[in-house]
Design a protein around this ligand. Structure first.
Ligand code: CA
Length: 272
């Protein structure tokens, strides 16, 4: 009887230990999955060829990206209006709304969103037209999957540069593109360096890194108050003054700071 009780107790201790090991493994794999989820990019594939679309979706998902696919320009615009993406792979020959029109639409609404054109149109004129319309890169079909992945990685790396230091150019139809370098910090319109106060710089870099999305008044005031040596409690109506000054400095940039009533401000492309 005693023996039976002892062996049952040993068995239950072993079971508890096994459970612990299992739970620990589950916890570690959840942690790994979370880290993985944080480092992956959210991509939108706009491609009407179903076979190619599914292939791209599967391969890019396998490479660790979160992939959403659209089969035509209209569906793509609806997705871009409702979700946030880190990058876009865009076919030019699309039903409903052509790829070039989608690209122009993206540049107007989401100036900082990186776009890679993937198309069968391989003429020099097509490439030049695509890049001039604001594409960040161009790859012709048939393409090599490894090359597409390498180009996408480079494009996404460039887009994230301001977070780690480096230059970001905000595409617009103006000849004087806005460029910012978070490490210096410095901004240029074309070749001309912009004279900015510390607060104007904080405001501009916040708007640029969120280009095409709304930045709330609270976010701006928070960024100002985190500046070293700044005394807190700046009146929020002072923000209007800084927005006005920055708008004047961005004249001819093809960009505008729009006041989104009740929400905040948004840097957007003024071109049609
Ligand atoms: Ca097509």
């Amino acid at each position: 009887m005693w023996q039976a009780w002892r062996s049952a107790r040993t068995w239950s201790a072993q079971l508890a230990a096994t459970r612990l090991v299992f739970l620990f493994a589950l916890f570690m794999s959840a942690k790994t999955a979370l880290r993985y989820a944080c480092s992956m990019s959210s991509l939108l594939i706009i491609e009407d060829d179903e076979l190619l679309r599914d292939g791209l979706d599967a391969q890019l998902a396998q490479a660790g990206h979160s992939v959403t696919a659209a089969a035509d320009g209209e569906a793509a615009q609806a997705l871009l209006e409702s979700q946030r993406f880190d990058g876009v792979v865009l076919d030019l020959g699309l039903p409903k709304i052509s790829g070039m029109v989608v690209l122009q639409w993206i540049r107007k609404r989401l100036p900082a969103l990186p776009v890679l054109i993937l198309t069968a149109r391989d003429g020099i004129d097509d490439r030049v037209q695509g890049l001039n319309a604001g594409a960040d890169d161009y790859l012709t079909k048939p393409f090599n999957m490894a090359e597409l992945q390498a180009r996408l990685a480079a494009m996404l790396r460039r887009a994230r540069l301001p977070a780690f230091g480096g230059t970001l150019e905000v595409a617009s139809h103006s000849a004087r593109h806005l460029r910012v370098d978070a490490t210096l910090p410095q901004a240029w319109l074309g070749d001309e360096a912009l004279e900015l106060t510390q607060r104007e710089w904080a405001l501009l870099s916040l708007l640029v890194t969120h280009a095409g999305r709304v930045v709330s008044r609270e976010e701006v005031l928070e960024s100002w108050q985190s500046e070293p040596g700044d005394s807190a409690g700046l009146a929020s109506n002072a923000l209007e003054v800084y927005i006005h000054r920055l708008r004047r400095k961005l004249v001819d940039s093809g960009l505008n700071i729009r006041n989104v009533r009740g929400l905040g401000y948004m840097l957007e492309n003024t071109a049609n």
